[in-house]
Design a protein around this ligand. Structure first.
Ligand code: NI
Length: 162
């Protein structure tokens, strides 16, 4: 089922999210979130973006290149951020319009639970590292806009599609 995606400045997007429980409700939500993400189209979607303030996000960083590899992150934790930083363009399905330059750690070690209940502990690199940090921010109520200088933020806010 396609879910409506909240748009900035909906205050729910700025709320920290509560721990998620792996149950049938979450399995259905994750499936709906993936369907919604692919239809948007996007590469990542956090539960808070569909109005569910729980620590869950989905991503697929390869499908736009023709290979589906959906991942579901339940209660993710950032274990370690690399000291090396990269600056790159990011959009957000909740902030249609502007593409902003955001600084991120180049790699991130993340721990999370998968849909099968298995624990994962992986160092994410490349675009997956950037996407996972962006989605993880959503779980803490942090948007790309919050990571910009006041000047860049004002420019980005002016570009948000009506
Ligand atoms: Ni986003």
């Amino acid at each position: 089922m396609l879910l409506p995606i909240l748009r900035w400045p909906d205050p729910r997007l700025s709320q920290p999210c509560a721990p998620a429980a792996l149950d049938d409700d979450l399995r259905q939500l994750a499936a709906d979130m993936l369907e919604t993400m692919y239809a948007a189209p996007g590469r990542g979607l956090a539960a808070s973006q569909v109005g569910r303030l729980i620590r869950l996000f989905v991503m697929d960083v390869t499908w736009k290149e023709g290979q589906r590899s959906s991942q579901v992150f339940i209660n993710p934790k950032v274990v370690e951020l690399s000291p090396s930083r990269v600056l790159g363009p990011e959009g957000c399905l909740s902030i249609p319009g502007p593409v902003t330059e955001v600084e991120r750690a180049e790699t991130v070690r993340m721990h999370w639970t998968g849909l099968d209940g298995q624990a994962h502990d992986t160092v994410l690199t490349g675009f997956a590292a950037i996407c996972a940090q962006h989605e993880y921010d959503h779980l803490d109520g942090i948007l790309t806009l919050d990571r910009l200088s006041p000047e860049a933020r004002a420019r980005a806010e002016a570009e948000v599609a009506a």
